[in-house]
Design a protein around this ligand. Structure first.
Ligand SMILES: [Fe+2]
Length: 532
């Protein structure tokens, strides 16, 4: 009799962690992570330890949603204290590097006024030696440029702190918040200490489509598993779904939630901004999970680095199924304008394409073109790209959180690419402050008066309408609105109907419909067939 085979259960999440914190770029990319641990994580853990009751209560209070509170019950404060100590020990060098970065940048701006920078190299503090270049812009403003490739080969890159946490997802709201709450070990969880770059991670995730015997899974996970009883609740014998390739005459777009969309066209699959969720044991909104995606994803397109678009957890799980990972180009001049390509390489991706604006990739009777993505980052330079996917005569723009702040950009787009019939875009009238998730990158001492009106917002209704007119679109899919409950651990609970961004979305949809155009707000998995 053949032995039973298993895959990860639909309710099993595999969460990449960096010393107990969920992996996103501010915990993973060496220079930003150094600033983040020094200026955000350590102070946050200390604040929690001052008043664990307050933090635990505040983290559960919907009125304080989006606040910086550690959602851990006071009974576990001892474990938080231990984590703080371990962090201070294991990341002491990162802390020193962060201090050096901030101090030296400030000193450099005072000292360098246009004269040669050559004598200043000997002033570079030890933690930065060999890893930075000094330069001026054309207005004689001095800055230091970190050499990111070197940082990944230095002590500031810490694969030894990386692990994969296997856990049973009870409900969408049970996940710790990405930015504020570390993953303390819970009963029934497994923590597999493995660098994200390692190929053997894929041996586990291949079982999503090709179930294997228990012994195989135990071999892959090694000492993380001590008994079958530990592993079995995280597995299922239920066979995976069978994928049927789409063979229609028009492209099919499978909206999978938030900004994630799968385009299927002439045997090619293109997945935009993948964020795929496990299916909670306790139920919740219907969703497609990992084994229900195509076995081969020819292209994954990443629009920008916000973790609701660049989701390391999903990327690692799909890594072995992805043909090319397409990412926007960074400028590389500022610490936060990090290279998504180098990050992806550190996640074990060999097949990364970093494309500049208006580069293209061929599809059968179609193409993928990278196009501008303005706004949404509070005027802080970061790698961003929208994408036009052409499938036959159909062109669709995945604009993500773009703000139509300059008509000329979209006029130029239409001149170059022709009419774009379908636009996928969010609406955001307000947006987070420009330092959202990035506070650690900014110096504490700075003149904040002028910063107040810098928000991470997308297009409002008028700008959205304008964008559609400029590219000649006949339909809008309003997406990336954070309405699916599995986004809660990343961007907080879904906005209620009375929230300004939802009202703005209503306004845009109503105006488009009044003009006879197609307009739909997407929420939950939906299959879209794009007719000409
Ligand atoms: Fe965004």
């Amino acid at each position: 009799m053949s032995q039973p085979t298993y895959r990860l259960a639909n309710h099993t999440c595999v969460v990449p962690l960096v010393q107990s914190w969920a992996a996103w770029w501010m915990t993973t990319v060496p220079a930003p992570a150094s600033l983040h641990v020094h200026k955000s994580q350590i102070p946050l853990l200390k604040a929690y330890l001052q008043n664990p009751d307050f933090h635990a209560r505040a983290a559960k209070d919907p009125a304080l949603s989006g606040g910086t509170f550690v959602g851990i019950s006071p009974e576990r404060a001892g474990e938080v204290k231990a984590l703080l100590q371990q962090t201070q020990e294991a990341q002491a060098d990162r802390v020193k590097m962060a201090e050096a970065l901030e101090d030296f940048q400030g000193w450099l701006m005072e000292e360098a006024k246009g004269q040669s920078l050559e004598p200043l190299y000997e002033k570079i503090p030890e933690p930065l030696r060999g890893l930075v270049e000094l330069a001026y812009d054309y207005h004689n403003r001095a800055f230091l440029r970190v050499m990111e490739g070197g940082l990944y080969r230095s002590r500031y890159h810490k694969p030894e702190l990386q692990s994969l946490r296997l856990l049973r997802l009870e409900s969408d709201s049970s996940r710790p918040h990405l930015f504020t709450t570390p993953y303390l070990m819970q009963a029934g969880q497994l923590d597999w200490a493995v660098p994200f770059s390692e190929e053997r991670i894929s041996r586990l995730f291949e079982t999503d489509l090709s179930p294997r015997p228990l012994g195989y899974l135990r071999d892959v996970l090694g000492p993380a598993v001590t008994s079958d009883e530990q592993l079995l609740p995280l597995l299922t014998e239920e066979p995976p779904a069978t994928y049927t390739p789409w063979e229609g005459a028009q492209p099919r777009v499978r909206y999978l939630g938030h900004a994630c969309a799968l385009v299927e066209w002439k045997g090619v699959t293109v997945l935009v901004d993948p964020v795929i969720s496990a299916r909670p044991a306790g139920g919740g909104m219907t969703r497609r999970t990992f084994h229900e995606l195509p076995p081969r994803i020819d292209y994954v397109l990443i629009t920008h680095n916000h973790p609701d678009h660049l989701h390391i957890e999903t990327l690692l799980r799909l890594r072995h199924r992805i043909g090319q990972l397409v990412v926007p180009r960074s400028g590389g001049m500022m610490v936060g304008d990090y290279s998504i390509k180098l990050l992806a390489r550190s996640l074990g991706f060999q097949n990364v394409l970093e494309l500049d604006t208006y580069e293209s990739l061929p599809l059968p009777d179609g193409e993928i073109v990278t196009v501008p993505f303005l706004g949404e980052h509070g005027d802080v330079c970061q790698a961003k790209s929208s994408y036009v996917v052409r499938a036959g005569k159909q062109q669709m723009l995945f604009a993500a959180d773009s703000m139509c702040v300059d008509d000329a950009v979209y006029r130029h787009m239409r001149q170059n690419l022709g009419t774009i019939q379908t636009v996928f875009m969010n609406t955001e009238i307000e947006g987070a402050p420009h330092t959202w998730t990035l506070e650690a990158l900014f110096p504490k001492k700075r003149d904040r008066k002028l910063e107040k009106n810098r928000r991470c917002r997308g297009s409002n209704a008028a700008e959205g309408l304008r964008l559609l007119e400029l590219v000649g679109a006949s339909r809008l899919y309003n997406y990336a609105m954070g309405l699916e409950p599995w986004m809660e651990n990343i961007i907080g609970p879904p906005s209620p109907p009375e929230a300004p961004r939802m009202k703005e979305s209503d306004r845009l949809l109503a105006e488009l419909r009044a003009k006879g155009l197609g307009a739909e707000r997407l929420c939950g998995p939906t299959d879209l067939l794009l007719e000409s």
